[in-house]
Design a protein around this ligand. Structure first.
Ligand code: GDP
Length: 192
């Protein structure tokens, strides 16, 4: 079992300024808004409101760094595509995500791409998968809110997501912040 003893907000960045966090590894979380990315991060660290929902204004349009167990950074990338922000702002957020994954001075050792099990793979997710492959960044896909899928249909849903991705080598992890199923598996992806 992985034990998260501490998790603290370190800083948020809004532009493409230097990250300056030192040598500690980073694991980044990326996903469309409302896929449950902040709830996932909070579940993993066992804190209620460390990461903020993308449906709230403020810190969520920044790249937020959280120092976990004093030895690794969780990097919460802006939730992409929130309806209530302007197209211009959305494009700026997309650029920040691409900048962090492609050009920043310290790249993440792994990316957790979060999708909503009901929504499946969208254009943004496809773009991210292509970018992560290009940048040779290790990643897994967390298929979130799996509690919303009828048990008898889970296998089918996973199969169809695999088909949408068209690559059998990508790991999919079923997850739910309600049941916390596979929490340890996600943590092992981060800490191992
Ligand atoms: P974010 O925009 O990706 O950070 O999404 P949030 O974490 O704010 O979650 C969006 C909505 O989905 C909220 O109403 C959450 O309560 C809900 N949610 C998040 N995770 C789960 C989950 O595992 N199962 C279910 N059923 N709902 C979830």
């Amino acid at each position: 079992m992985y034990n998260v003893k501490s998790a603290e907000f370190t800083r948020g960045i809004v532009g493409t300024n230097e990250i300056l966090l030192g040598e500690k590894p980073q694991v980044a979380f990326v996903g469309r808004s409302n896929v449950g990315k902040s709830t996932l991060i909070n579940s993993l660290v066992g804190k209620k409101d460390l990461a903020r929902s993308s449906s709230n204004p403020g810190r969520t349009q920044e790249i937020n760094f959280f120092l976990v167990n004093e030895n690794i950074y969780f990097v919460d990338l802006p939730g992409y595509g929130f309806a209530k922000i302007s197209k211009k702002r959305r494009e700026k957020m997309r650029k920040m995500i691409v900048w962090y994954l492609s050009y920043a001075d310290s790249k993440p050792k792994k990316v957790i791409l979060v999708i909503d099990s009901k929504a499946g793979i969208k254009e943004f997710d496809r773009d991210m998968i292509n970018l992560l492959k290009e940048e040779k960044i290790d990643f897994v896909i967390v298929v979130n809110k799996i509690d919303k899928i009828k048990k008898s249909l889970v296998k089918k849903v996973i199969e169809s997501i695999k088909n949408e991705i068209g690559d059998d080598n990508i790991d999919l992890i079923e997850f739910s912040s309600k049941t916390l199923q596979n929490k340890n598996k996600v943590l092992s992806e981060i800490f191992d």
